[in-house]
Design a protein around this ligand. Structure first.
Ligand code: PLP
Length: 390
């Protein structure tokens, strides 16, 4: 029988990261020692108190049943409590908080709730690929907002033309940002709220790196800004804050109608997050937070080492104040970020992510994830500086 994919699947470009993985496997098979700095997944373990909470909750038969669709009351209250304490944002756990099976799940389902065919979603370029792809899967039209270095990787909302404004129903934003590690200030979020209320655009701010910050920088919640709750929601996640990417637990908070729309899709697609994982999430959000600070110290040390020693080799990388990514230009003499990364892998066994994998505007850049212990980073820098790539 002839199997044919739907057009919406055919519209999805090949997953660059799967190709990188294949290349890595090939090199490993040839006996090469690979240092993979392409993965945005913490290498550090989940704190013990959270694991204990899962152990206990997993033994309770009440948790073995289907969870409630919008999440347990306890988890939604813990999220509201944490937002209040951390951001001074008060949320009604009843209708302004929903549990997600990781924030990726919520991001991917949101366009299904709000886009009709050819409705526009404004998507940053470069960005986390899910914003664009989930728009395509909902038969929507992604319109890219360039994030340029000269603007601090913040989109210029004045560049969005009237026709696009009229058709736009969603806008995705993400600060602290992946892959650029840029941060945004309150002034920008104020502009976003004005833009959104003038143009009837729902803002989806993705904030999984809100706690992964360094030096004296503290990230804010989009919902701290006056009027934000009238125009949008924020996604957050336990994945990066507590090294819990494998657990699949996150949340969306903010505008109750947007939360309800997302909930309507979820009710019909998934059956919620395992309640024992939500119980562990309660422990994460209400328990001691010292692990967060400890992790940040570790990443900060990696950042300092990596930036300083690469810069000794002439790279000119700026120290980011958030996220575990370095985002920097490829040297002159290479045609593309893919060509540079392939050359780097061949010569050194070090894997970075080609910037173009995050969008056209990512071309000319690479992303380095600080998700390896410092001795491996040292080895990586030694090889890079010896390889004379510049
Ligand atoms: C890691 C990440 C997510 C996904 O987090 P999960 O909660 O694990 O699904 C979402 N957005 C960005 C930008 C990320 O880097």
């Amino acid at each position: 029988m002839k199997m044919e994919y739907a057009d919406r699947i055919n519209r999805i470009p090949p997953y660059l990261f799967a190709e990188i993985d294949r290349e890595i496997e090939k090199k490993r098979g040839m006996g090469m020692d690979i240092i993979n700095l392409s993965v945005g997944d913490p290498d550090l373990p989940t704190p013990g108190n959270i694991i204990e909470a899962l152990n206990k909750a997993a033994r309770n038969p009440e948790n073995h049943r289907y969870p409630s669709y919008k999440g347990t009351v306890e988890f939604r209250e813990a999220v509201a409590g944490w937002y209040n304490k951390r951001f001074n944002v008060s949320l009604n756990p009843e209708n302004e908080v929903i549990t997600l099976i990781g924030s990726k799940e919520g991001i991917a389902h949101t366009p299904l709730a709000f886009l009709n065919r050819d409705d526009v979603a404004l998507v940053p370029d470069p960005s986390y690929p899910v914003y664009r792809i989930s728009t395509l899967l909902a038969d929507g039209k992604p319109v890219l907002m360039p994030l340029l270095e000269e603007n601090g990787f913040i989109p210029n909302l004045d560049d969005i033309d009237a026709e696009t404004r009229r058709k736009a129903k969603l806008m995705f934003l993400n600060y602290p940002n992946a892959p650029t590690a840029a941060t945004a200030d309150r002034e920008f979020f104020r502009e976003v709220v004005d833009f959104a209320s003038d143009s009837d655009v729902i803002v989806c701010h993705d904030n999984p790196y809100s706690e992964m910050t360094f030096d004296s920088y503290k990230a804010m919640s989009f919902l701290e800004v006056k009027g934000a709750r009238d125009v949008g929601i924020e996604f957050n996640s336990l994945s990066k804050t507590f090294n819990m990417t494998g657990w699949r637990i996150g949340m969306a908070v903010g505008n109750s109608e947007v939360i309800a729309g997302l909930g309507k899709v979820k009710e019909n697609v998934d059956s919620g997050a395992f309640q024992a994982v939500q119980a562990a999430g309660v422990e994460a959000l209400k328990g001691p937070m010292d692990s967060v600070e400890k992790n940040n110290k570790i990443i900060e040390e990696r950042r300092d080492y990596m930036v300083e020693s690469l810069n000794n080799g002439g790279w000119g990388i700026k120290k980011p104040s958030a996220t575990f990514y370095l985002w920097f230009s490829i040297p002159e003499g290479y045609d593309s970020s893919i060509e540079f990364c392939a050359h780097l892998l061949n010569k050194t066994g070090v894997v970075l992510t080609p910037g173009v994998g995050f969008g056209k505007q990512g071309e000319g850049y690479v992303r380095c994830a600080l998700t390896q212990p410092i001795d491996r980073l040292k080895e990586a820098v030694d090889r890079i500086n010896k390889a004379d790539l510049r």
